[in-house]
Design a protein around this ligand. Structure first.
Ligand SMILES: [Zn+2]
Length: 189
């Protein structure tokens, strides 16, 4: 079973059973406890699960206030913000592309529109057509797996010349991000 499939399974069990031991998950999925720790780490970071002694529990209901990111509860600043519209006219605004893309990846089927901002002009753009700069040296003081979004690939390249990092399309950025959230950052080339 692939990491993403395991994580989905773990979240399903968690919903039904409220709490799970790492050893129990490891037994059920027939993989090492080390692997399970790696699987649940991003779930805990995204507040999909709560760390409890020797296992995970259901997360506390988010005490989210207006203007806070639904994923990490950081304040949402406009320049980096990332919006996802869902069916039923529901709208979620995330602090940055990292939180937004992770959420998108979990809820793809229900998403009707994704909007991010061009970092240089602060103008809203269709996120699926944006260019994503990952791993740059610029410290934005937001989430790890820092992602900067640009309307123009040329601008992203120019920015990259000064601040380093790697330039990706939408789907590539999601793939790299989920790969790294799965704890494989050290294997990245
Ligand atoms: Zn966030």
């Amino acid at each position: 079973m692939l990491p993403n499939a395991r994580k989905k399974q773990i979240l399903t069990w968690l919903k039904n059973e409220k709490a799970l031991k790492i050893s129990e998950i490891s037994k059920r999925l027939n993989v090492s406890e080390m692997t399970i720790y790696r699987d649940v780490k991003p779930l805990i970071e995204l507040n999909h699960a709560l760390k409890i002694p020797n296992g995970i529990g259901l997360p506390n209901p988010p005490r989210r206030r207006e203007g806070e990111c639904p994923s990490c509860l950081k304040p949402v600043h406009t320049r980096l913000s990332f919006e996802i519209s869902f069916d039923k006219k529901q709208l979620e605004t995330f602090c940055c592309a990292r939180c937004g893309l992770m959420r998108y990846n979990d809820t793809k089927e229900d998403v009707t529109q994704v909007i991010c901002k061009d970092y240089l002009t602060d103008k809203p753009i269709d996120a699926t057509g944006a260019t994503y700069l990952l791993h740059s040296d610029l410290n934005l003081n937001c989430c790890q797996q820092q992602i900067i979004t640009f309307a123009s690939r040329i601008h992203a390249r120019q920015f990259q010349t000064g601040f380093g990092g790697d330039v990706y399309h939408y789907e590539e950025a999601i793939r790299i991000l989920t790969f790294e959230m799965d704890g494989n950052a050290s294997q990245r080339n």
